[in-house]
Design a protein around this ligand. Sequence first.
Ligand code: GLN
Length: 304
Amino acid sequence: MEYKQAFSNTCIFLSEINDPGKVASYIPELGSVDPTKFGVHLTTMDGDSFSHGDSHEKFSIQSIAKVLSLVLAYELEGEKLWKRVGVEPSGTAFNSLVQLEHDRGIPRNPLINSGALVICDFLVDHLKDAKQTFIEYIRKIANNDSIDYNKKVAESEKAHGYRNAALINLMKAYGNITGNCDEVLDFYFHLCSIEMTCAELARTFMFLANDGVDPFSKERIISTEKSKRINTLMQLCGFYDEAGEFSFKVGIPGKSGVGGGIIAILPEHFSVAVWSPRLNEKGNSYKGMRFLEMFNQATDSSVF
Ligand code: GLN
């Protein structure tokens, strides 16, 4: 089926279903979001775009931002980065501590919290005025100066971020954090608080559908080889302990966040962002997962 028809059929179907998911409440500021929000935006390499519902409303992209911090750190550090963080799916929850002790402070991958904290430590160490430099980098990739942190969300998470504090302290004890834990946590909470609309997210991630080059501005963000590897990591690790299920049912690289957003990319074809704040028991947007499964099935979209 063609994209346009499949997009509108799937959106209409999902607007009417009963959503059993629950909004993340462990970050109080996220708990106050309207749970009925539902937005979708798809941008194709041909320049077409399809939008539905609340696709132009900003939301907290949370862990989706971990892909962008990884892109910058990988570009700066190259393959040496993998000495400090692995490339294996974790099969555990995003904020799990269990493997970290077993693996002596080396996180399984950069898309779970522990791995993202190592990437943040690297960026705080290598960037001058890290928060400002990083947001300017995102604005450049997004082609959009309105992208910003949500200070209230960052503060709310800081006030309740006990598990992230535990993760970073454990890694510090193993010598895998070079900087000051509070400073790195502050950068991490800001990273997670970045807000975008579905339309902005889909646009921002187009470079990963095009071997590292923004297809509209023609600017290279990352090398072809690295772009493929970032997609590989999303394919293997983008949905924590539901990554296998996502690969099995959806078949393309993607990344979720507890704000209810999901970004997914079919290389050479499209980038699609979905937002629906109610999460399934693995912490991924219930409707977001359903949308991608249905849409990809209808359009025969898969990297396999
Ligand atoms: N900021 C969230 C946390 O650290 C990110 C988790 C997520 O989006 N999965 O818990």
